[in-house]
Design a binder for this molecule. Structure first.
Ligand SMILES: *Cc1c(COP(=O)(O)O)cnc(C)c1O
Length: 387
């Protein structure tokens, strides 16, 4: 076995695709200590700057004293604690839906939704650039998974016209590696015409978009009738961990009975749910975080334009700079790091071949001067090859 594994590892290295972990010695924030160096941090999904907020830590500490660390069992046995229950009620109110169901990770929530709602052999249609977990859900279901061209309602409609049986359609709300927003109203329209169920994974929209940070669907004014299944994650803008599915009573009860990634796993620690209740309240109330973040995104884009660089097709805090080759992306990332800015290179298979990129993310924890430093540093390493 080891010879086979070593051969694979060698090929990955040669292709510039080898992945390795770095050790972090500080909380998330505008700066981070990683592998012993203090760097400006432009690759966190902590969009509202809440991951290290002392109010969240205080809520978690209080809950640790009350409930202990581990949930000790699955939700359906005796691991469904009061903070989990209250968080589900708060998430239902936050998203304006009848019910919400808590999951331990977004990956599991997506597996659960697709696998529970798709029948074996039934059509599941997904955006070509969807998050891996939505695609894996289709595999778990044994469904007939087809991908439609990125953000293309007409392309989806062509597949739906040929699909037999009730189809499930899934899309990211904000695309994780491109930062663009899915055309959700048009996708919902096409789904309604073909009696298909639309699932939106709003991992990068929750907390960031829409009034009070209620997400991409709130941004577009789409309710549970247009988009029946909403998945949100808690480890990004909300600064904690876990995920939820929000929708009608029937959907949530069905998932509780049927969704294996819900049933066969230990509930998340109740202290995490308590911290999320706190962050949800903060995310709703502190509009200044979203306003500041919007200002930083605009500042970064103005700066790129004045450098004469191509602008990413994204209005979100995810501002990817396309490089093309994996090797070139890694080299550029190393150069930026040498000059004090942490921007990770994203390579295949996370993104399609030939589209390796530097995925710049901004958060409400950044200052305007941090954006200026990043722009100066980018200018000093030279233009990106393509975009
Ligand atoms: C991060 C992410 C997930 C997975 O969420 P986790 O809670 O990190 O497992 C799902 N979908 C999208 C679009 C994501 O970006």
């Amino acid at each position: 076995m080891n010879a086979r594994l070593r051969a694979f590892l060698r090929r990955q290295r040669e292709a510039g695709l080898y992945r390795s972990r770095r050790v972090v010695d500080s909380p998330q924030g505008r700066e981070i200590t990683i592998d012993g160096r203090r760097l400006l941090n432009f690759c966190s999904n902590d969009y509202l700057g809440l991951a290290a907020d002392p109010r969240l830590a205080a809520a978690a500490r209080g809950a640790l004293d009350t409930w202990g660390t581990g949930a000790g069992a699955a939700h359906l046995v005796n691991g469904h604690f009061r903070p989990h229950h209250e968080l589900e009620e708060a998430l239902a109110a936050f998203t304006g839906r009848q019910r919400a169901l808590l999951f331990s990770t977004g990956y599991m929530a997506n597996l659960a939704v697709i696998a529970a709602l798709a029948e074996r052999g039934s059509p599941v249609l997904e955006d070509r650039l969807n998050h891996a977990s939505l695609l894996d859900g289709g595999l778990l279901a044994g469904a007939r998974l087809r991908r439609y061209p990125h953000a293309d309602p007409a392309g989806l409609e062509r597949l739906l016209e040929r699909a037999d049986g009730p189809a499930l359609v899934a899309t990211d709300g904000v695309f994780s590696m491109d930062g663009d927003l899915a055309p959700l109203p048009e996708l919902a329209e096409v789904c309604a015409r073909h009696d298909a169920v639309l699932v939106a994974d709003d991992a990068h929209g929750i907390g960031v978009l829409g009034a009070g940070g209620a997400g991409s669907l709130a941004h577009f004014g789409l309710d549970a009738q247009r988009v029946p299944v909403l998945v949100g994650t808690l480890g990004k803008a909300l600064g904690t961990a876990g995920a939820f599915v929000a929708g009608d009573e029937d959907l949530v009860e069905y998932l509780v009975q049927r969704a294996r990634p819900y049933i066969y796993t230990t509930a998340q620690p109740p202290a995490i749910a308590a911290a999320t209740l706190e962050s949800l309240a903060i995310a709703r109330e502190e509009d200044w975080r979203r306003e500041h973040l919007d200002g930083l995104v605009a500042r970064f884009r103005r700066g790129l334009a004045s450098l004469g660089w191509p602008l990413p097709a994204s209005g979100s805090p995810i501002q990817p700079l396309r490089v093309g080759g994996s090797g070139a992306a890694v080299t550029l990332s190393r150069e930026l790091e040498r000059r004090g800015c942490l921007v990770t290179a994203i390579r295949p298979p996370t993104v399609p071949r030939g589209t390796a990129r530097l995925r710049v993310t901004l958060t409400a924890a950044h200052r305007e001067t941090d954006v200026d430093v990043l722009l100066e540093t980018l200018a000093s390493v030279g233009p990106v090859a393509e975009n």
